[in-house]
Design a protein around this ligand. Structure first.
Ligand SMILES: Cc1ncc(COP(=O)(O)O)c(C=O)c1O
Length: 204
């Protein structure tokens, strides 16, 4: 992708009705009932609901202001169990605005690879950084995550196009295929006019 530096094949892309559908479909595709998802807290309110709708269990990992709302690998490791299936990662974060440094992103990515934990990374705020903050995609920082990472994004924040309802998920071809099958029965394709508008926003 032009923006994050990630290279993917067409079979690894699914255009969704906003980033929110990408969040839901990622968990619906990845989780079995009872699977645990590590959820850095404070979090965007949709995450635990999407996890619960998919039969998963959110495991909150609190990062407060004393640690700039950034979870550490030690905290993630302490929360990991045999049922841990995935980590929800959101940097830059809604609601805290915190941005993990490229080094922190790579460290968390390596930890996930080491333990075979999926990373669902919501990068919808990647272009809204200020000062010295650098938003690094965990999929780029840790190429070894290629088979166990789903990247979520959309036009809502970068182009202020929330109402157009265009998002996307990138991931391994089999995950994208499963999510495509699900979406085909849920909502089918995204409105063609909205997709054209998203292309125009990107090129413009
Ligand atoms: C962190 C985060 N991810 C995803 C979304 C989904 O955005 P949309 O469904 O409008 O594309 C939002 C919207 O507020 C958000 O804050």
């Amino acid at each position: 992708m032009r923006d994050s530096g990630l290279r993917v094949e067409p079979s690894q892309v699914l255009v969704t009705n906003g980033g929110k559908q990408a969040v839901y479909q990622s968990f619906a595709t990845l989780l079995d009932p009872g699977d645990e998802v590590l959820l850095p807290t404070p979090y965007w309110t949709t995450y635990p609901e999407a996890i619960a709708l998919a039969g998963g269990v959110s495991v909150e990992v609190l990062a407060d202001e004393t640690q700039h709302y950034l979870v550490s690998v030690d905290q993630l490791e302490a929360a990991r169990t045999e049922r841990t299936k995935a980590l929800l990662f959101c940097s830059p974060s809604n609601p805290t605005g915190s941005v993990y440094s490229p080094e922190q992103v790579a460290e968390i990515g390596r930890w996930a690879v080491e333990h075979g934990i999926w990373v669902v990374t919501d990068e919808i705020y990647e272009h809204l950084t200020y000062g010295d903050a650098v938003a690094r995609s965990i999929a780029v920082a840790t190429p070894e995550l290629a088979d166990t990472c789903v990247v979520l994004n959309g036009v809502a924040k970068t182009y202020a196009m929330t109402g157009w309802r265009v998002g996307w998920m990138l991931g391994p071809a089999d995950v994208i295929k499963a999510a495509t099958n699900l979406q085909s029965h849920l909502t089918s394709n995204v409105c063609n006019i909205a997709q054209r508008a998203a292309v125009a926003a990107r090129v413009g």
